[in-house]
Design a binder for this molecule. Structure first.
Ligand SMILES: [Mg+2]
Length: 442
């Protein structure tokens, strides 16, 4: 592992570093630093005006310093003289509490103090569009059920193969790629890992997919619902908890046959309570996992052209059945199907840990398991909460959830709610074609 970035540059022929941090809205911000200056930057960080990004800072704040995490450095597979390195934000020698990577690092430490090490895998779906972003890039990709379409795959093999080759080279252990359920939609899977590694890989994956797509004349988007009537971009998370991080982990703390229905599907008592935390905080955590106005056109959506949205609308869990918010596909892990492509990679992992820890501490019960097809028979379920109908409902639910707000950090929660409410106000004050069409002649 690289600990000295100047030496890393000399050993690997790296000429520049992209020191990158992620703001509250998931935007990745970077400075390109020549290798000659990296020794000082590794020590002191690269300076940014925090107000210029979405971090709830003012123009009067001192310089924000992005201190690179040398353990997470990645040489760009498509330009080997440049290395990307995620950074932690610091101001006047103190961590910027609301900065997403700091939020996640703090929660990982809290979980570790209780002997819990969360590992996750994510499925970051995306579309390949034309450069203007208004059409699917492949005009022949029009089938009603395009999932796994072999011929459409061949027409985008150049892009998908190139990204897959990069992941192989990076040692991420990619294992499958497919045309997803919407026209123009793709999914690429790689091995699960410790939560911070997965968050860094998730960030880099988005950067890599967009870059490779641009090179081929396309535009990649992770927008939750980029095309009306088609399945949206999910970012399902597969979650398990272990006794130790990295290669040291031996025992899956979630695996077991605890009491009741969760035991039947192979979850231990702690697994049950972690799941209980996710269920208990679901409406509030949607503010993080489904963070945009557009997110709510993916969940709560009418049936899509392919026949299913593949997105939940109710807080329910089940065994191996994809129509619920949580699926327990096998012993020792579960899949949260709520997050979408707009989820901030760091906050996504952070809120899973925050909700899960809260569940373990309060011995939360995930409630009854439902084995029905929720898309066809969801109306028969009594008492299960509905997910928020829009971003405002989600932010209000988050604001009401004192326990989750505290777990995510009061400074973070205040900054996030403030920035997101400003975004909501901006959205509601814009004039849409719909309102004119429906109001002009009233
Ligand atoms: Mg998928």
């Amino acid at each position: 592992m690289a600990t000295d970035l100047a030496k890393f540059a000399a050993d690997n022929g790296v000429k520049y570093f992209m020191i990158s941090f992620t703001d509250l809205f998931g935007g990745q911000r970077a400075k390109l630093v020549p290798a000659r200056a990296i020794a000082d930057m590794q020590e002191d960080g690269a300076g940014f005006a925090g107000f210029a990004t979405w971090l709830d800072l003012t123009p009067a704040h001192p310089d924000m310093l992005a201190v690179p995490d040398p353990e997470a450095v990645i040489i760009l597979p498509w330009n080997k003289e440049i290395a990307w390195v995620p950074a932690n934000c610091v101001m006047e020698d103190e961590p910027v509490e609301q900065a997403p990577r700091n939020v996640l690092c703090r929660l990982i430490k809290e979980a570790a103090a209780e002997g819990l090490h969360v590992k996750t895998g994510i499925e970051a779906e995306f579309f390949l569009l034309t450069p203007a972003g208004d059409q699917i890039s492949d005009e022949y990709d029009t089938a009603a059920k395009p999932c796994y379409d072999q011929q459409a795959f061949m027409r985008r093999l150049d892009v998908i193969r190139e990204i897959s080759d990069h992941m192989l080279e990076l040692g991420w252990n990619p294992y499958q790629n497919d045309h997803e359920d919407a026209n123009g939609q793709w999914e690429m899977n790689w091995d699960f890992d410790d939560a911070l590694n997965t968050a860094d890989k998730h960030s880099f994956f988005k950067f890599m997919v967009k870059t490779v797509a641009e090179k081929h004349g396309y535009r990649a988007t992770f927008m939750p619902k980029p095309v009306e009537g088609l399945t949206g971009n999910g970012c399902h998370a597969h979650i398990s908890v272990w006794d130790a991080p990295g290669d040291k982990s031996k025992t899956n703390v979630f695996a077991g046959d605890g009491e009741g229905q969760t035991g039947e599907v192979g979850l231990s008592e702690r697994g049950k309570h972690f799941l209980g935390g996710i269920m208990k905080h679901a409406s509030a955590l949607a503010a993080i996992t489904n963070p945009t106005v557009n997110s709510y056109k993916r969940i709560n959506a009418p049936r899509t052209m392919s026949g299913a949205t593949w997105a939940p609308n109710t807080v329910t869990w089940t065994g191996n059945n994809r129509t619920h918010m949580v699926r327990v596909p096998g012993p020792g892990r579960f899949e949260l199907r709520l997050p979408d492509g707009a989820a901030n990679p760091y906050l996504l992992q952070a809120v899973i840990i925050a909700a899960g820890l809260s569940g373990i501490r309060s011995k939360a019960d995930p409630g009854k398991r439902h084995d029905i097809d929720m898309y066809a028979e969801g109306h028969k379920v009594r008492g299960a909460p509905k997910l928020p109908l829009n971003m405002l409902d989600a932010m209000r639910a988050y604001n009401r959830d004192k326990e989750l707000k505290a777990a995510m950090g009061e400074e973070f929660s205040a900054a996030y709610l403030k920035m997101k409410m400003q975004e909501w106000d901006d959205f509601t004050s814009h004039f849409s074609a719909w309102e004119k069409a429906n109001t002009l002649d009233i």
